[in-house]
Design a protein around this ligand. Structure first.
Ligand code: FAD
Ligand code: NAI
Length: 475
């Protein structure tokens, strides 16, 4: 007889492993199946985020930022550095160690919370009175049964037709995180989050980076004023961002990659790169699940179709994270995972999609929550805005990082905060205050009247809130 569980989670990324832990905490017998395998053939739970996403990219961003600071920023502090070099193999080794620590941490958390972990590929077999039979194909094959199933199988990089990833010259995020030595010329197709983050890493380490973006606007989802400011700063850093291009034939010689493209004025170009990163979005992982075998419905874009509560069309089958609609973010996946476990327990799990923060970990960082100015205009909402530049913030000056600003958008009549947008130092940390404020439906006046520590970057947030009513004190 197969092993029976109350909850079986397929996928051990941020959506799946967190859902499994929460389900176990709520008293359910819980299994989590994850297929990710490390270079020794062992399990590596944590999904895209841990293995080839959030964690390794931030490790490389940190290393490359240290390198850049040592080369340029330290001199202003009177610190001289000679013989500066970068050992890329060591940098990658450090990144791999951090990834492994996270994999091991998740295996430890499974043990601590009594989640039964299966290393292998999970797929639906059939539904019967006991629930759903799931086949686990790992080193051995077995079938387990779950009363409730949570599908959290994540996403994969989307390839460009005619330019398959070989992870040697044409790279997805996986290859982009493992380039063995700094390329002389790096091409990036797609000026989205991955393109900008990975482009920044290799530019800081000395690569000449050209980013080719199809859309005529830069970071269309970001508040226009913030995106414009960010573009100015990236241009100054030497990140060459070409907007409005049309990619033509891509030829991978094995040694280099030639990209034929037409620019926004219609001129044709032939660019040769040592490496080419293609970061044009991601597609949901639904293949190999036998979704069709049990009648699990997908939406028109190939995501598992779910309602606002992450319920699929099948009774007691749920889906969370990148494999369903909504932003492809680790924290969004986690929140959905927790909410689903709580809903299974009859509780009222809740995810507020209006207050999910976004962060782009470039330098300066870009972070936002809520609506942009262009969205408020399109929605016909009357709003007030206030901005404050880091140039006028004492802590930013002491840090030597005065680029960017904080921007508040508040309802014109009620003063409720509708969006907060930041480009500048530590924007990833500063945005949390705005998320909390919006979750509590605070007004800009609330933030303006709260005492913020001096000197701190967070004073720029308070000052931007003050600026909504045209009463900033330090600008
Ligand atoms: P995944 O993390 O993709 O996990 C799914 C897991 O399921 C994988 O381990 C996969 O092997 C496994 N799986 C798939 N099918 C099966 C099956 N049939 N059986 C068993 N296992 C299966 N987000 C942020 O919020 N912040 C960041 O800084 C950030 N940086 C990123 C950087 C990069 C380069 C990339 C690519 C992504 C980044 N993201 C970031 C996005 C983030 O990684 C994803 O949103 C997040 O990982 C989604 O979690 P998930 O659990 O839905 O899926
Ligand atoms: P993206 O959606 O952020 O950006 C893709 C870009 O490629 C867009 O600007 C798009 O217009 C462009 N594009 C699409 N087709 C193109 C073509 N044929 N030619 C040229 N340009 C083209 O996707 P990306 O960067 O691949 O990242 C995927 C997702 O991973 C992100 O949307 C995000 O959800 C997540 N992520 C999150 C991070 C974070 O939170 N810091 C970091 C990295 C990834």
């Amino acid at each position: 007889m197969s092993k029976q569980f109350d909850v079986v989670v397929i996928g051990g990324g941020p959506g799946g492993y967190i859902a499994a832990i929460r389900a176990a905490q709520l008293g359910f017998s819980t299994a989590c199946i994850d297929a990710w395998t490390n270079d020794k053939g062992g399990p590596a739970p944590g999904g895209t985020c841990t293995n080839v996403g959030c964690i390794p990219s931030k490790a490389l961003l940190q290393s490359s930022e240290h390198f850049e600071h040592a080369g340029h920023a330290f001199a202003d502090h009177g610190i001289s550095v000679s013989g500066l070099g970068i050992d890329v193999a060591k940098m990658l080794g450090r990144k791999n160690t951090i990834v492994k620590q996270n994999n091991d941490g998740i295996l430890f958390l499974f043990k601590k919370n009594k989640v039964t972990f299966f290393h292998g590929h999970g797929s639906f077999v059939k539904a019967d009175a006991a629930g759903y039979e799931i086949k686990v194909a790992g080193k051995t094959e077995e079938t387990i049964t779950g009363k409730h199933i949570i599908v959290a199988t994540g996403s994969n990089a989307r390839a460009l037709p005619g330019a398959p990833f070989d992870e040697k010259a044409i790279l997805s995020n996986e290859g982009a995180l493992n380039i063995a030595e700094t390329p002389k010329k790096l091409g990036v197709i797609g000026a989205g989050v991955i393109g900008l983050e990975m482009g920044s890493v290799w530019r800081r380490l000395g690569a000449e980076v050209s980013v080719l973006e199809a859309l005529p606007t830069f970071l269309g989802a970001v508040d226009e004023q913030i995106a414009k400011e960010a573009k100015k700063l990236f241009d100054k850093q030497g990140l060459k961002i070409n907007l409005g291009v049309k990619i033509g034939e891509i030829v991978n010689s094995g040694k280099d990659v030639t990209v034929n493209y037409t620019d926004d004025k219609g001129a044709e170009h032939k660019a040769v790169f040592d490496k080419l990163i293609i970061s044009i979005g991601r597609t949901p992982n639904t293949h190999g699940l036998n979704a069709e075998g049990v009648g699990l419905a997908l939406d028109e874009r190939g995501f598992i179709a779910v309602d606002g509560d992450c319920k699929t069309n099948l009774p007691n089958v749920w889906a969370v994270g990148d494999v369903v609609r909504g932003p492809m973010l680790a924290h969004k996946a986690e929140e959905e995972g927790v909410a689903v476990a709580e809903r299974i327990a009859g509780q009222h799990g809740h995810v507020n999609f209006n207050t999910i923060p976004w962060v782009i970990y470039t330098s300066p960082e870009i972070a936002w929550v809520g609506r942009t100015e262009q969205q408020l205009k399109a929605d016909g909402v009357a709003y007030k805005s206030g901005t404050f530049p880091f140039m006028a913030n004492g802590r930013a000056r002491a840090l030597g990082d005065t680029s960017g600003m904080v921007k508040f958008l508040a309802d014109a009549s009620t003063d409720e905060i509708l969006g907060v947008h930041i480009v500048g130092p530590m924007a990833s940390e500063l945005i949390s205050e705005a998320v909390v404020a919006m979750e509590f439906r605070a007004s800009s006046e609330d933030i303006a009247r709260i005492c913020h520590a001096h000197p701190s970057l967070s004073e720029a947030t308070k000052e931007a809130a003050l600026a909504v009513d045209k009463r900033s004190l330090n600008f």
